[in-house]
Design a protein around this ligand. Structure first.
Ligand SMILES: [Mg+2]
Length: 196
């Protein structure tokens, strides 16, 4: 809801869509001549490490060279439609640290799958975005948000973030949306000036 005073921040990759899975598939189809790399064998969120290339090369390879293939792959988590219900009472702000060259493809992807949102911001500094509650999966970002202490932080469970113990943990986006509803109905949040 555009004019809600309840602001929900949601990370994109690892929370709304399974980009890791898509990248492994593209990698195996176009770059890997040997045994396919399995996502289950490489739980790290930092897939540039898994593939042994630096971050810039990684994004060039997967978002510039193969953007069409990535767009053709269906990789939302099954429950992403719950954002539409969330949007009936909350301002849904997607915050993603997607690399600059990936931004047009990301906007196209959101449009293609009709993902509900009120706003999208591309930034790695999620601690600078105002909001009441956030869903995130990346360990370093979670630690920064936790240190800041201004947002209610929920961790989207993945193997690579199970070393963190000081967050509310959810198994999927639907569970997170339930917590949002609870917070909203109990009015246990600091209302922001309405976003127009
Ligand atoms: Mg993420």
């Amino acid at each position: 809801m555009q004019n809600s005073d309840f602001i929900v921040l949601v990370d994109l990759d690892g929370c709304i869509r399974d980009l890791h899975d898509a990248i492994f598939r593209v990698h195996n189809a176009y770059y890997n001549a040997g045994e396919p790399l399995l996502k289950s064998d490489h739980p790290s969120w930092d897939i540039s490490e898994v593939f042994g290339i630096d971050t810039e090369t990684f994004y060039q390879r997967y978002f510039v060279d193969y953007v069409e293939e990535l767009n053709d792959i269906t990789f939302p988590f099954k429950d992403y439609k719950c954002l539409e219900v969330l949007g009936e009472y909350a301002f849904v702000h997607i915050v993603t640290s997607q690399w600059r060259t990936a931004q047009p493809a990301t906007m196209n992807w959101l449009s293609k799958f009709n993902v509900y949102y009120d706003s999208v911001t591309f930034t790695a500094r999620k601690d600078l975005i105002r909001g009441n509650i956030i869903l995130e999966d990346r360990p370093e970002t979670l630690e920064a948000l936790h240190a800041l202490g201004q947002l209610k932080v929920f961790i989207r469970d993945h193997e690579y973030n199970r070393g963190l113990s000081f967050y509310n943990r959810v198994r999927n986006l639907s569970e997170f949306c339930e917590h949002c509803r609870d917070m909203y109905e109990k009015k246990s949040y600091k209302a922001f000036a309405r976003v127009i």
